[in-house]
Write a protein that binds this ligand. Sequence first.
Ligand code: BES
Ligand code: ZN
Length: 455
Amino acid sequence: MNPYDYLEAHREEFLEELKDLLRIPSISTLSEHKPDVQRAAEWLRDHLMAIGMTETRLFPTAGNPIVYAEWLGAAGAPTVLIYGHYDVQPADDPENQWLSDPFEPVVRDGNLYARGSTDDKGQTLTQIKAVQSLLASGQMPVNVKFLIEGEEESGSTNLYPFIDEHADLLRADVAIVSDTSMQGMDNPSIVYGLRGLTSLEIEVRGPSHDLHSGMYGGIVDNPLHVLVNILAAMHDEQGHVTVPGFYDRVLTLDEIERAELGKTPFTMERFRSETGLEVPWGEPEYEMQERLGIRPTLEVNGLVGGWTGEGGKTIIPARGLAKITCRLVPDQDPWEIEELVRQYVAELSPETVKVTVRGLHHGKPVVVPLDSVFMRAAVEAYEFGFGAQPVFMREGGSIPIVASFQDVLKAPVILMGFGLPDDNLHAPNEKYSLECFYRGMQTAVRFYETIGQLT
Ligand code: BES
Ligand code: ZN
């Protein structure tokens, strides 16, 4: 049986297996889910063994385990490193909008709904099932190494040193990452750029404990006032980041690339349907697609402080905290950006309080070359799988470890994403289209067949 017939014949089985994996709430940012994270890693290891990978291992780390598996039986053929992540974002939902239990996957209208369905268990399994069908049909054209981590959603902290220490084990001719989206099912796209990330906390500490605001208001500075003043000073009225030096290393696009990006505008229609908003925001001299792909940002992700319970409480709070992330583009450096924010915050801090900046995690921006044999094979494979020539796009999101595949492993990277723009990743009602699941497997099989011919 050829691999495509094998895929076709096992559709239902693959779907049930994906559901099994999705039932495990492997949320890496919440410590109470540690056992679930472990279970998801073991599930993958056992599964990779069952499909015929010859060597499968769980590497413990200071955080969550790393799943590794290999099959190296195609002597002389290229070796691919397939990366994915089995951790998921929390499924909390203050507005109560999940239509079904996030960890009890269900199919509605051709989509599989569950936390992690597209990001990234579904896409990871798309790759695993492509490899399974090649192995099962006895036509495996390439050598394969799987690297599946459990900390992507919390910054891949322990994967960085792992790659440094296991560069030989992970050595490959090309690295494949299925953790991004396409424009649409019938107008596929390939992501060739990812933004980097600097994640920070700013803490403002004032009095040693909460104070009565009547007894001390007027003589004690309020940490929350200081905090919001600092945060308000981070942007100008047009949405530019005001941290001195922030844009210094930002590369401008040549006209060719800008024109290419202009072919896939972020329309107002998409803006409305995806955000529920009427009025966009941001740097006026850039199109929306450009603000997402080629411009850096600074966002406040959360604020903690003071009394937020029912009723009022007249206090001057002792402390306030802001969680911030900067999305970065070439050639910004995530550690240098942290330093620039530190300096600016120091300038803005009055002597009445103590302000601390903590760097949490960092990821470099990535751009992959468009003119490689691997990219040509990917374009052809998408045409085969999705019936149309893919366009190239830059993605606003981040996958922190991808830069290390280029920098440390010296491997070209292909971002072979199969998600759709309305997949609701990190949001209520996350889904993965079953059509993307199956066509994605066909695309991946085709890609491996093509590059198997390269020597
Ligand atoms: N799969 C996403 C990356 C992504 C985002 C692809 C948007 C396509 C569209 C990935 O799992 C992710 O969410 N990464 C985090 C990284 C961060 C927590 C370090 C992100 O971008 O916020
Ligand atoms: Zn994610």
